[in-house]
Write a protein that binds this ligand. Structure first.
Ligand SMILES: [Cu+2]
Length: 181
């Protein structure tokens, strides 16, 4: 009798543990892919299902939080350093040459932007698009950029600007729509 109760207790305990594990994994699974704020490209992982229409809702929400540079300059402030990004022409167009420019202000004055890089990505992997930002006039840093048109019709791209200001690493992420040529 006693051993039967112990066995029953063990089975119940095992079921409870298994249930708890299942709940944890079920909760974790959808939370992991791109929340947009992280530095990892927000592309769906391998086996994420059909492309385009099935972009995770979390990615959209993260994208909406990003400053949009499609039709106007946009700025991001990172610990007292303001990074402004400007693209011409506006809106940018696929397969055409655009100029992305970056301006940095630290402590209210234009600052030097060292090792500046601007990189582009979108939900679906579209290859490496990484450009060095070179010093231009009036304290701006710029890159001549050509981006491909996504065959899925998805126009939403991200621009990640990275560099150092007075030895401090700075990184900001923006969004824009790439027009069809
Ligand atoms: Cu694509």
């Amino acid at each position: 009798m006693k051993s039967k109760e112990t066995l029953l207790g063990a089975i119940v305990l095992a079921l409870v543990l298994a249930g708890g594990y299942w709940v944890r994994t079920a909760r974790q699974a959808p939370a992991t892919p791109g929340d947009g704020a992280t530095s990892t490209p927000s592309s769906p992982g391998p086996g994420a299902g059909p492309e385009g229409a099935s972009r995770p809702a979390g990615t959209r929400a993260g994208d909406l939080a990003l400053a949009d540079i499609t039709t106007a300059d946009a700025s991001e402030e990172i610990a007292g350093i303001t990074l402004t990004v400007s693209v011409t022409p506006r809106p940018p167009v696929a397969f055409a040459r655009q100029r992305f420019r970056v301006h940095v202000v630290a402590g209210g004055v234009a600052a030097q932007f060292d090792d500046g890089v601007i990189a582009f990505d979108m939900a679906m992997p579209m290859g490496e698009h990484r450009y060095t930002l070179v010093a231009a006039s009036d304290g701006w840093y710029e890159a001549e950029v050509v981006l491909p048109h996504c065959p899925t019709g998805d126009a939403l791209w991200h621009a990640t600007v990275e560099g150092t200001v007075g030895g401090r690493p700075v990184k900001a992420r923006f969004r824009f729509d790439l027009a069809t040529p």
